[in-house]
Design a protein around this ligand. Sequence first.
Ligand code: GLN
Length: 543
Amino acid sequence: MSRFIFITGGVVSSLGKGLASAALGALLQARGYRVRLRKLDPYLNVDPGTMSPYQHGEVYVTDDGAETDLDLGHYERFTGVPARRSDNVTTGQIYMDVLSKERRGDYLGATIQVIPHVTDAIKAFVLGDPGDEDFILCEIGGTVGDIESLPFLEAIRQLGNELGPERSLFVHLTLVPYIAAAAELKTKPTQHSVKELQSVGIQPDLLLCRSDRELPDELRRKIGQFCNIRPDAVITANDVPSIYDVPLRYHENGFDSAVFRHFGLLGKCPDPDLSGWQRIAGITAQPEGAVTIAIVGKYTSLPDSYKSLTEALSHGGLEHKVRVEIDWIDSEIFEREDTIHQLEGVHGVLVPGGFGERGAEGKIAAVRFARERRVPYLGICFGMQLAVIEAARSMAGIPEAGSTEFGPCKDPVVGLLTEWMHGEELQQRSADGTLGGTMRLGAYDCMLADNSQVFGIYGTGTISERHRHRYEVNITYRERLEQAGLRFCGMSPDRRLPEIIELPSHPWFIGVQFHPELKSRPFEPHPLFTSFVGAAVNQSRLV
Ligand code: GLN
């Protein structure tokens, strides 16, 4: 019988609800409990796959091929539990479900209403797909007071009532701002936010108050009094230097104790083992050195668009006890004369996943710089495709090499499978669901060549990694590229899709068609990132 913890947010967005939920999950795990985290998103999009990274940050892809909210990445990194398609739902999916049932006649002609039909579908999602978890944490996206959150709040209100306090808990995350002119922390926004929740029938059991400083006891008492909450359930969530300090700070501030007290488990549950988090916090606070990695991409002013990537780099840094500093570079800069020198002095160059022609030539220029100057290079997805184009042009004598993603070209070294696979072979693939022209999503196996650098890095010959792309490196160019010195060292099990390339003549030059960053975790850094940061550490000794 799982217990349910519902997490809502108030006052403003971007308070870090996803991180708070992930950290709570980690704290419950630290006491030996099994957890699952799920996200309920009130927006109308069916999934975040088509949402602009400018607005919505990174699209996180699960093993089972779902394009989900980036908070699922936090959940997976903090708890180590692989996220699944069924861990994320949006209003769009709920309505699709309700409307297709209506079309099928499942409601037998009843009038379809938000309550009960939409709320029932939300409740069915929350209670559905049961596992053996002790705690299921459900984060409600958006901010209390948004019109679109209402059906979700109504659904969890009903669930709270049906499950009873012994099986449900409501956590509300708010902001307690410090007003410099008055030299005071202000509780009014929190009071209003809780009132808003109460107006839809939800009394939060626990308040998590984001603040840039510690909340004095008397202020927590005041908040408790106004919001009808025990003062020891008003928890300070003050700013911390690193996100990996969050579980430790929450524990110090009594978050997990308040949760266990609510469920009547305090004193009955084991003490938490937080040694792993302490170790990480220690390294992060006092690294033994630093390396600089240039990320050459399109959304460089919006680090949330590359959330998993920056996390994976910092995990790689933990293994070497170094801080990884990121130099965000908009690739379009390199399309202008005399700009590539901006890469001088960096210890590694990374071209991440991306779509579309804008800035692609600038990324190719960055690849060339890394290759020629022997700077460690990691190309992820688009970054691998562009590395192959660069190698084709500069090493294999194919000057018009390009990708059909940018329009027709003479030598499509990157393109859609349908552009070079025909007849039976293509049909076979389409039966696998991997036909070009549709997105290749989720986990696929990849076979590594013996004696390759990547075989050494992974320490195994078969790996499974997550994909999100439409285009592929064109296998028909393999021979010419290999003769020129590029090695196709990772292939799909049927040997038709190039998944990894490396440049044996270079100290560290690897391109991968998948997204290794999606599987990196602080306690289990991804081997490619550990190795890449290690190469950057070596590079830092040279420059
Ligand atoms: N645009 C490329 C493709 O669709 C790469 C995608 C990516 O980098 N995620 O294949």
